[in-house]
Design a protein around this ligand. Structure first.
Ligand SMILES: CSC[C@@H](O)[C@@H](O)C(=O)COP(=O)(O)O
Ligand SMILES: [Zn+2]
Length: 204
């Protein structure tokens, strides 16, 4: 599906994310593809619930070059990684919800397994609650080029779907357009909340 104005759709998504409380205190960053070789990404340090079109900067996907010279998101390299790996991706959303932050620390392995939830079907291609959806977890790093290289290496043998977690940091998710990225974000956040509550109730 083509969105008439992807940036307008992304702005609406950012305001919705702000209302949800998933990007507190300027956390998070969002982007939309801008043709084959560029994306538009949030300027660093902005309140992601209060963005306007002027807060998005064009970045070259292959080089992370910013023609305007302004400072893009500190995590630009994770967005351009996803656009570079998957040409079908149209939008990337990175959020800092409490549930994604906590769950990525409680789960000590390198993957969060979601299984048994009807809402797994909010994720593109998922047809049954019986399948396992594995959301990879990468350890946090302040070195984004190194983290992007680690994720790229992982993706060579484990193609990424929907999103990944960075431990103690948050979720990065995506879709073929803003609407799908938004559905994946909402679906994953619902699943994270269920999983966290389940673990709390089942803990001895
Ligand atoms: C509020 S600190 C969070 C940042 O360190 C970072 O993780 C983040 O998501 C926002 O950085 P930004 O450079 O504004 O895109
Ligand atoms: Zn972040």
């Amino acid at each position: 599906m083509t969105e008439n104005n992807p940036l307008d759709a992304l702005l609406a998504a950012c305001h919705w994310i702000g209302e949800k409380g998933w990007c507190p205190a300027t956390g998070g960053n969002m982007s939309v593809r801008d043709g084959d070789s560029h994306c538009l990404i949030t300027e660093s340090g902005k309140d992601k619930g209060q963005l306007t079109a002027d807060d998005f900067l064009q970045v070259e996907i292959a080089t992370n070059h910013v023609p305007s010279g302004r400072i893009p998101s500190a995590e630009t390299g994770l967005h351009t990684l996803i656009y570079g790996l998957y040409p079908e991706v149209g939008a990337v959303l990175h959020t800092h919800s409490v549930n994604s932050t906590v769950l990525s620390r409680v789960e000590h392995s390198n993957g969060l397994v979601l299984q048994g939830y009807e809402m797994q079907k909010s994720l593109a291609g998922q047809r049954t609650h019986l399948d396992e959806v594995v959301i990879p977890i990468f350890d946090n790093s302040q070195d984004i080029p190194a983290l992007a290289a680690e994720i790229a290496q992982w993706a060579q043998s484990h193609p990424l779907h929907y999103g990944f977690l960075v431990r103690g940091h948050g979720l990065t998710c995506w879709g073929k357009n803003v609407a799908e990225a938004r559905r994946h974000l909402e679906g994953l956040e619902f699943l994270f909340q269920c999983e966290l509550q389940l673990r709390l109730l089942e803990a001895k």
